[in-house]
Design a binder for this molecule. Structure first.
Ligand code: G4P
Length: 189
C-alpha cells in the first residue's frame, strides 16, 4: 500500500537492521486517517470470505483492527496478554514468546467470545517472527473456529513470520513489506 510505504519512508525510523520505530503514527501516537485507509484495504481484501470477527493482540493492533471491524461490520476481539492467576475454565490460553522484546506471555481468550461458528480475521501492526500470530491462530483453533487470514500493517520480510504462517496454510496480507533495513535506510520488497 503506497500510502503506508510513503509514510514509513517519511516518519519511520530504522534504529538498526531489525527494529523500525513507527511511534509517531502507529503505535504511540496514532494517525487515525492513515489507519482508516489501512482498514479499508484489509476489509476490501477479505470481503466476501465470511469473516464473522476481527481479532488482534493488545495493544498496538487495536487501532487498525477496530477500524477494520467497523468496515466489515463485525465485532472486534482483543486477545489479552495478562496471565490468569486463577484457574478459570472459561479461558483458552497459550504461551507466546516475543523474540523482539525478549518476553513471554499467556495469550488469553474467553470462551464466550469466539466459538465454532466463527471465521476470524487476525489483524496486527507488525509481523516479525510470527510468534504472536501463530499464538493467535492456536487460540482461534482451541475455540474450534477457523482463521480467514492474517492482515498486518508492516511485515519485516527478512524475518520468518510470513513463511511460517504461509507454510501452515494461512494467507498473509501485508500492507507494507520491508526487505531490509539499516540505521537510517528502509528498503521495501
Ligand atoms: P512476532 O510476534 O512476529 O514473532 O514478533 P516478536 O514476538 O518478535 O515481536 C512482537 C512484538 O514486537 C509486538 O509488539 C510487535 O509489534 C513488536 N515488534 C516487532 N518488530 C517490531 C519493529 O520492528 N518495530 C516495532 N516498533 N515493534 C516491533 P507487542 O509485544 O505485541 O506489543 P504492543 O506494541 O502490541 O503492545
Amino acid at each position: 500500500m503506497k500510502l503506508l510505504e510513503d509514510r514509513i519512508r517519511k516518519d519511520g525510523r530504522a534504529i538498526n537492521a531489525d527494529i523500525l520505530k513507527v511511534d509517531t503514527f502507529i503505535n504511540h501516537q496514532v494517525d487515525p486517517a492513515l489507519m482508516l485507509e489501512c482498514a479499508k484495504d484489509f476489509a476490501e481484501h477479505f470481503k466476501g470470505q465470511g469473516v464473522t470477527k476481527v481479532a488482534t493482540i493488545e495493544s498496538s493492533g487495536i487501532a487498525p483492527a477496530l477500524l477494520t471491524s467497523i468496515e466489515m461490520g463485525v465485532p472486534l476481539v482483543i486477545l489479552k496478554k495478562q496471565p490468569s492467576k486463577v484457574l478459570n475454565d472459561d479461558l483458552y490460553q497459550t504461551m507466546v514468546t516475543s523474540f523482539t522484546k525478549g518476553t513471554n506471555y499467556e495469550l488469553t481468550l474467553s470462551r464466550k467470545v469466539i466459538d465454532e461458528k466463527d471465521h476470524v480475521l487476525l489483524i496486527d501492526d507488525f509481523l516479525a517472527n510470527g510468534e504472536a500470530a501463530t499464538g493467535a491462530v492456536r487460540l482461534v483453533r482451541m475455540a474450534h473456529a477457523t482463521v480467514a487470514g492474517v492482515g498486518v500493517l508492516i511485515e519485516k520480510s527478512f524475518q520468518p513470520g510470513n513463511k511460517k504462517l504461509t507454510e501452515a496454510g494461512f494467507e498473509v496480507y501485508s500492507l507494507a513489506k520491508i526487505k531490509s533495513m539499516s540505521e537510517g535506510t528502509i528498503e521495501f520488497v
